[in-house]
Write a protein that binds this ligand. Sequence first.
Ligand code: ADP
Length: 372
Amino acid sequence: MSDKTAILQALAQVQMPGGGTLAASGTLSDIIVHQGKAYFSISVAADQVANSEPLRKAAEEAAKAVPGIASALVTLTAEKAPSRAAPEPAKPAGPLGSGPMNPARLAVQGVKHIIAVASGKGGVGKSTTSCNLALAFAARGLKVGVLDADIYGPSMPKLFAIHGKPTLAGGRTLNPMQNYGVKVMSIGFLVDEEAAMIWRGPMVISAIQQMLREVAWGELDILVVDMPPGTGDAQLTMAQNVPLAGAVIVSTPQDLALIDARRGVAMFRKVEVPILGVIENMSYFIAPDTGKRYDIFGHGGAQAEAARQGVPFLGEIPLAMTIRERSDSGLPVVVTEPDGPHAAAYLAIADRVWGLLEGDAPRRSTPRIVFD
Ligand code: ADP
């Protein structure tokens, strides 16, 4: 029996919420098995994505339980988008880095550019992208810092494999932690995760301001801010309170993630932060043995969305078990496989972002209002 058939048999044991089995539901993509790792997606109605997480997990577990399958990567694909709102028109373009007169937006001394890495929702790989992008800047010889502003789910301590607590540099100022040549500050170094979970808006903003201004960052070419996922009030306030040179939006190619990405673009436009561009993460899968490319996740959606929004498309990152495994063990691909294809994808995006910051300023093109 082929691995694929064995996995299908296992998925015949997974029940659909509305009855019937996953294998017979007609929602499965092609199943790809490579070197004991299985990859496939389940297509669900757009408004069922959040409810379908248990189904996704059950499918992953069932596939992993098949003899010879060491791991499985299953994603949800939204079948149909709910009603699409037209993108919000941007305010008239101003000079790069401008914004409402807000003292909290004052530059941070010694830090040349601050960029936000944001996503419309969680789980699209925003933190993984922030980490590898920061390492790609460092690989180009730039002085780099990462500010983990994902207060409710800080991932940088794990991604950078940094443990312990920052030391005092004097007064209230903390020394940033450091690994792989990048300076890192995260709420995860300072308080228990549970403590930060109950913080309300103003406390979150003040924690971010402290991590921005009361940390001895020194001279930095670029500070990458890993934003909390989503586009709620907290994110908006944060975008308003950090002197951002621009924002990068991470999305997966799937319909529903794209709607969230669109909200992300609208949010930064509202506070007049230039959009540096959109990155499509978990874009496609390449079977390393045959080199054959599989677009099982709806590849290309983010690029089309970027064009629709009139913002640059920065590039695509493949869905790769290596990226996930390396991230989970604090050995990000850009430092551990610097000559590999995944590092190359991050390096190309870093170069494009740096070009926009230093050279041709990100153009805030006139928004196109699209009704569909
Ligand atoms: P977010 O910050 O958007 O919540 P994370 O960066 O924590 O997302 O990523 C969510 C999960 O997806 C993690 O397990 C991560 O390792 C994995 N992941 C992210 N990008 C990729 C990729 N390109 N290929 C495979 N797995 C990925």
